[in-house]
Design a protein around this ligand. Sequence first.
Ligand code: PLP
Length: 391
Amino acid sequence: MHAATVLAQLDHYLDPETGGLVPSIHPAVTHAPPGDAAMGTGSTASRYARSGNSGATVAERVLAQLEGGAAAAVFSAGASAAQAVLANLRPGDHLVLDSAAYYEFGAIIERFGQRWGVTVARADMCCPETVRQAMRPGETRLVWAECPSNPLWRVPDITALAAIAHQGGAQLLVDATVATPVLCRPLDFGADLVLHSATKYLNGHGDLVAGALITAQAGAAWQEILASRVAHGSVLPPFEAWLLLRGMRSLALRVERASQTALKIATTLATHPGVGAVHYPGLPGDPHHELAQRQFLGGFGGMLSFEIAGTAADALAICERTAVFRRSTSLGSTESLIEHRRSTEGERSTCPEALIRLSIGLEHAEDLIVDLQRALSGMRRMAEAPLAEMI
Ligand code: PLP
């Protein structure tokens, strides 16, 4: 079944009690199933809400199906999903982390990893040889990649990474927040776990923080992840689960539209005299285009970046001049966002200083293109104007 169909109907959802075609919200913390007088029988999940809730269960079923996984778990944030995975590393374990991983994950892992006795090596996931060299056989438990990676939207070869991880006795986790299961299913290429910040495209309306993990196998390691979620109290709560399900119903359509618009914008920017480089795997000249074509299903996503022929100050000025794009961070919502990525990431950022990151939303492509052209033409006028004119 196509992702669009699974999503639109939430896996042919039918409320077992009401016959409703959308799930209801069940906020009860504790449950007393009829006929189950003996406390201690029945699953904890059906008794106490820190273990799960009916909305979370529906989202998990849909996500597992979309990703072709054995099971899924939804969390109160993408960061909580990450924590649940990291909580299962032990002192002495080693982790190979994408050098382009979401910058806060890098900071979290470096900060807490030391306390846990976990060591971390950063590696370029688009260069499998570097990953192979970073592996420590017998110690490396996890390889953590992002597809595509932020903010250059580079696409790692998931099949190659899975082979390297497995040869070294490790698992491969792919953060596919940006690709979404509509465009890429990492488990099909051999990954063991998929992570999503459901805050982004899965919900898609900029009004919810949520996370998800999907596993290829629901064995002992997965049970530990679920146990960690219960221990941390990080399951996605009922109201938030309902909101996520509501957002997910239109995911396929939103991703399709954002991908189409992003390609139009990338193509326009690529010929603009004020733009030095455009980073978008959908462009035929992009170094990651061929791999993206093989790994992605019918689109290249709504995220792109471009570097202007100018300074960080010029890039910031362009962000300020846009009138349709909203100047803010995050991604995957209905409104298009523009940001100077290096300022967002802070001092330790390795992001090119004149790089502008765009998250494409659902506005009309023409309005976004005209907005960028206006902002960029301001830059040319500034660059070309004699100093006296500018003062
Ligand atoms: N993964 C990626 C690629 C992200 O961009 C983010 C947040 O921006 C996260 C994970 C963390 O997710 P959350 O903010 O939902 O905790």
